[in-house]
Design a protein around this ligand. Structure first.
Ligand SMILES: C[S@@+](CC[C@H](N)C(=O)[O-])C[C@H]1O[C@@H](n2cnc3c(N)ncnc32)[C@H](O)[C@@H]1O
Length: 255
């Protein structure tokens, strides 16, 4: 078996479509993981995955790359705050938001804090999804360490977290604005009618074809005038192809 066969096996066993990921990068990463866990061949690695739930979890964690933090690229969150405050909120007091590939929940909770700080009276809902059930369980607990909250301004830290020993807990008012759900951006269908979709630091792992399909589906899922906020290395050069105009470097508006 080679790594292409391995991809087929993973799809069959775990229902994860690895062919959507950038192939060279993915193969290099899998090879390095295999050597780290002491598997000499793909066949040997598959046997390890079949026998050991721990190895399976390690593989899934490795594939999904869960690194995240609150207000990742704070200056870009400031731009988003402006767009929400001066473009979205004047038109609508019930924003419908999707944080896609939300990882540990830092992203949807950052959005909830930001929105609560400018419009605490609104009835806003944030859907937060990820392919990884384990990380969604962590997200629901809303319990963080300093490195994950280091970008949070003192004002938000005091208002929206409770500190206990060296842990930071998000308060219920913010937790209640967010609903977590498992969702695969490649295989699952998308909900619609969103005012804002935030999808950051995940499409960089996907190949061009999948990326284009995802942007088109995001566009379809947004209301007219709705916004898409992407990661700091994820500018969409052909944004017009998806009926977007540029609101700022990393924010696109559906026209
Ligand atoms: C690097 S984290 C990004 C988290 C957050 N958006 C941020 O920018 O800080 C990437 C997340 O994408 C998720 N992911 C990977 N493949 C996915 C897929 N096909 N569908 C949905 N989520 C996926 C991973 O589980 C992981 O939590």
């Amino acid at each position: 078996m080679d790594l292409n066969d391995f991809e087929k096996w993973v799809y069959h066993e775990y229902n994860i479509n690895l062919s959507a990921y950038k192939s060279n990068q993915l193969h290099r990463r899998i090879q390095s993981l295999m050597s780290r866990v002491g598997a000499g061949s793909v066949d040997e690695y598959i046997q390890m995955l079949k026998k050991s739930p721990e190895q399976k979890q390690k593989f899934l964690d490795f594939i999904t790359i869960n690194v995240s933090e609150f207000f990742r690229n704070p200056e870009l969150f400031d731009e988003l705050k402006n767009e929400i405050q001066f473009d979205l909120l004047p038109k609508n007091n019930n924003l419908n938001i999707w944080s896609a590939a939300c990882s540990i929940g830092a992203e949807p909770y950052s959005l909830a804090m930001m929105i609560n700080s400018i419009n605490s009276g609104g009835n806003h809902s944030i859907l937060a999804t990820d392919i990884d059930n384990t990380i969604l369980e962590k997200a629901k607990k809303a319990e963080y360490i300093y490195s994950e909250i280091k970008n949070v301004r003192a004002e938000y830290l005091n208002k929206y977290f409770v500190k206990n020993d060296d842990k930071y807990f998000v308060i219920d008012k913010i937790k209640n604005m967010v609903t977590f759900k498992k969702h695969d951006l490649i295989l699952d269908s998308y909900q619609s009618n969103f005012d804002l979709i935030v999808c950051r630091n995940v499409v960089i792992y996907f190949n061009q074809d999948i990326k284009e399909k995802i942007y088109q589906k995001f566009s379809n899922s947004l209301k007219k005038g709705g916004l898409l906020f992407v990661g700091a290395t994820e500018s969409i050069y052909n944004y017009k192809d998806y009926s977007f105009e540029k609101a700022s470097t990393f924010i696109y508006k559906k026209i």
